[in-house]
Design a protein around this ligand. Structure first.
Ligand code: FAD
Length: 405
């Protein structure tokens, strides 16, 4: 049922995962959409991410899943061990649902798929940094170098460091995590790393991981992402130190990574990424709504950022299509997203210190408790469902997936 009595024009701020997906789905629902993207010539940058079953369902609805599966790397499990080889968790997607699997992919591949589709179907204004909004009754104008609009609905999807969130008075938490991660994207022509996200945790201070990500953006060579957890205050010391000592530490944890480390000759080749923890008291205000990282950025510990953004976009488009007014649509959007997002924000906050903190106790506790949880079917199923992006909390129904057309 498509009522849309009042929604005709939509302004979307940001053309990342959330913005591009929302623009496409709202446009296909009958809205006239304009996207404003700050970057003049957006490129397929970033490192590896995982498209979980939750995000896959939205990509299927968009008609983009096949291309992503073709370019990505199928993941059957998440395997986490100690440096001595003790299994901490070994989570198989298929143990809960035989249809589930993860797709390791370079963020740039997902970005390009969404961006190209958005450019083909809606107006995308690049090089257009939005500085604010102007409300005039039910109409809202977008302020960049010039004013655009009016719009009936504004979707703010400008990422974790959202400038438009500042000043809304609705942000209840916005802080950078004290820990981040070093990332390095490397070719893996021999396909040494396949089928799993492989992680090694030494206490809560060291976390190493390798994510197979399929083909490079615009390339035909398999690539992987190597990540290495680091506290922000350790970064200068890491940069000042020689690479050899660090490489030896990484190699000792997983000797298979030696060929990747051989390709790192300067600190500049390795990117340090930091993450934010963002919480808003309300995601919407009148005809304005925040989605994706702008609304609820979390640590990447659960690998959900892009997936939550995709689900937001889908639920929003459906809520607007069904509602009699923009405001009613946004109220129903917020109600539909609350439980799923609350679960992932809570879990990310609870789990992150077990993997990235100065605590000696939490690392030991994790190595002792997590294997027990992994062995108990109800807890293991809960962990797998959470990994898959499908959980709404322990004992609750899974996320209802959007029907594929
Ligand atoms: C360049 C880049 C690289 C990334 N690399 C990784 C990675 O390697 N691994 C990972 O897990 N996650 C990465 N992320 C984050 C990941 O894409 C998001 O967590 C997830 O996809 C949610 O997407 P989002 O659309 O909410 O936010 P984002 O993907 O951050 O998109 C926000 C978009 O809004 C635009 N924007 C910001 N401010 C304005 C403004 N004022 N006016 C107009 N446009 C604006 C930005 O340029 C960006 O295109 C990266 C994000 C970016 C922007």
């Amino acid at each position: 049922m498509m009522l849309q009595a009042r929604v005709t024009t939509v302004g979307v701020i940001g053309c990342g995962t959330a913005g591009a997906a929302a623009a496409l789905l709202l446009s296909r629902g009958g809205c006239k959409v304009t996207v404003f993207e700050r970057v003049a010539d957006p490129m397929p940058v970033g490192a590896g991410i995982i498209v979980q079953p939750s995000g896959q369902a939205v990509l299927a609805r968009l008609g983009l899943l096949e291309g992503i599966v073709a370019k990505g790397a199928r993941l059957d499990r998440l395997f986490l061990r100690t440096p001595r080889g003790k299994t901490i968790v070994d989570l198989h997607y298929a143990s809960v649902d035989p249809r589930w699997f993860g797709i390791g992919i370079h963020r740039g591949v997902l970005f390009e798929a969404l961006y190209e589709a958005a450019r083909a179907e809606v107006t995308v204004k690049t090089g257009c940094a939005v500085r604010g909004l102007r409300r005039d009754g039910a109409r809202t104008f977008v302020r960049a170098d010039e004013e655009h609009g009016p719009f009936d609905l504004i979707v703010i999807a400008d990422g974790a460091v959202s400038e438009l969130r500042t000043g809304t008075g609705k942000t209840t938490r916005d802080r950078a995590y004290p820990w981040g991660a070093l990332w390095f994207v490397a070719e893996d022509r021999q396909a040494v790393f396949t089928r799993e996200l492989h992680q090694v945790a030494a206490g809560a201070q060291r976390l190493y991981g390798v994510l197979p990500t399929g083909l490079a953006p615009r390339g035909d060579v398999p690539v992987i992402s190597l990540f290495w957890s680091l506290a922000a205050h350790e970064l200068e010391a890491w940069r000042a130190g020689g690479l050899d000592a660090w490489k030896a530490e990484v190699r000792a944890i997983d000797p298979r990574i030696a060929f990747v480390l051989d390709g790192i000759r300067s600190h500049e080749q390795v990117v340090f990424a930091r993450y934010r923890d963002v919480q808003m008291a309300r995601w919407h205000d009148g005809p304005i709504v925040f989605i994706g990282d702008a609304a609820h950025a979390t640590s990447p510990q659960l690998g959900q950022g892009a997936n939550l953004a995709l689900v937001d976009a889908c639920v929003l488009a459906d809520a607007i299509a069904r509602a009699r007014s923009v405001e009613a649509g946004l109220v129903s959007y917020a109600a539909a997203r609350r439980q799923h997002l609350r679960h992932y924000q809570t879990m990310a906050r609870l789990l992150t210190p077990f993997f990235q903190s100065d605590s000696r106790v939490l690392g030991r506790l994790r190595d002792w408790v997590f294997p027990i949880a992994n062995a108990l079917p109800p807890l293991r199923n809960f962990m797998v469902s959470t990994m898959a992006g499908m959980s709404r909390g322990f004992g609750r129904e899974h996320l209802a997936l959007p029907p594929t057309p």
